[in-house]
Design a protein around this ligand. Structure first.
Ligand code: 5AD
Ligand code: FES
Length: 351
């Protein structure tokens, strides 16, 4: 296989055949040429800018039981918490002072947070911080619920498709959850005019290269504004405790492939990537990523929101984390911008 040929073809056509994609994903030669090609494209579109999204993990109650996740409802050892609306607003206030202009409210699927409660929080944030974007990441809901959140002021929604392959989906989730419904949610969100983020875990149990190719094909159909990928990391209190975590190299390869296929997409260097390697996020940026999503949750609840083991930044105050990040981002030749950080689209504008 001619790696250079595949990289050039991908950079020019933004696509490859299934067979070529598979070869490039499984390629065992150095990541460096692929990362360099991806970085070139990211600099053409986004320059050296890195966008920040302030993540507020506001509840770890979850009615779902995904086999990979540390806050699954069957994990009785997980201590549960919920932030009050006042606590959530205090996180935003602290984040705003540090330059954050996007707040991501992420939580388990917590029945306590009815549509009405979610809408109240969203409206309160948009009222207090009119120059900020509110992003929700609270799982699978009905079209009507998504519409209500949108009307309340939410502009963006993150929902990873997890895996596009129906059989693989079934191996990662209990029968109550389906890939079909998850994908329905994503298309509903697009219909409602959300900027949508999707994505998948790299190296999840039973994942094959063919599955990853299907994930990429699904993403091409969905055409999301953001693609979040990070390594699967084992959590001891889950049924997948004995599986190996996903690899740094494969995650980096995929980040670069995604940057070349979707030149304009927002691509986070995820916390999971920073967890499997002390310089994972820096390497992610060099491989094509252009977003970092630091934790703005109160320090006393951070360790309770553990989807996987050994998550980073647990003890850090938001301000310390902000300084740490700035140094990390600059160490690899990029620059954090305090901006709402909309996706740059050639075909349409986003609001
Ligand atoms: N390792 C890595 N990522 C995980 N997620 C959930 N559990 C794990 C894990 N063990 C990811 C899922 C989910 C996102 C919020 O976190 O992809 O969509
Ligand atoms: Fe959070 Fe370094 S990025 S402490």
């Amino acid at each position: 296989m001619d790696t250079a040929f595949l990289i050039n073809k991908l950079a020019e056509a933004h696509d490859l055949s299934d067979e070529e994609l598979k070869d490039l994903i499984e390629d065992k030669t150095s990541n460096a040429p692929l990362a360099a090609a991806a970085d070139k494209v990211r600099r053409e579109v986004y320059g050296d800018e890195v966008f920040l999204r302030g993540l507020i993990e506001f509840t770890n109650f979850c009615k779902n039981d995904c086999y990979y996740c540390g806050i699954r409802c069957s994990n009785r050892q997980a201590e549960r918490y919920r932030l009050t609306p006042e606590q959530i607003l205090a996180c935003c206030k602290e984040g705003y002072a540090l330059g954050y202009r996007t707040f991501v409210l992420q939580g388990g699927e917590d029945p306590y947070f009815t549509d009405e409660r979610v809408c109240e929080v969203v409206s309160a944030i948009t009222k207090s911080f009119p120059d900020c974007a509110v992003t929700l990441s609270i799982g699978e809901k009905s079209f009507e619920s998504y519409k209500a959140f949108r009307d309340a002021g939410a502009r963006r929604y993150l929902l990873r498709h997890e895996t596009a392959d129906l059989a693989h989906y079934g191996k990662l989730h209990p029968p109550a959850l389906s890939a079909e419904n998850r994908q329905r949610c994503l298309f509903d969100l697009k219909k409602l005019g959300y900027q949508v983020g999707s994505g998948f875990m790299v190296g999840s149990p039973y994942q094959t290269t063919e599955n990853i190719v299907s994930d990429i094909r699904f993403l091409q159909r969905l055409d999301p504004d953001m693609i979040g990928i990070g390594p699967f990391i084992t959590h001891k209190q889950t049924p997948f405790a004995d599986f190996e975590s996903g690899s740094l190299e494969l995650t980096l390869r995929l980040l670069s492939i995604l940057r070349l296929m979707f030149p304009h997409v927002l691509l986070p260097a995820t916390t999971a990537l920073g967890t499997i390697s002390p310089v994972g996020r820096e390497l992610g940026l060099k491989a094509g990523a252009n977003v970092i999503m630091p934790n703005l949750s109160p320090v006393n609840v951070r360790e309770l929101y553990q989807l996987y083991d050994n998550k980073i930044c647990l003890g850090e105050e938001a301000a310390q984390c902000r300084g740490c990040l700035e140094r990390r981002v600059e160490s690899v030749g990029y620059r954090i911008v305090t901006d709402v950080g909309d996706v740059k689209r050639q075909d349409k504008t986003n609001g």
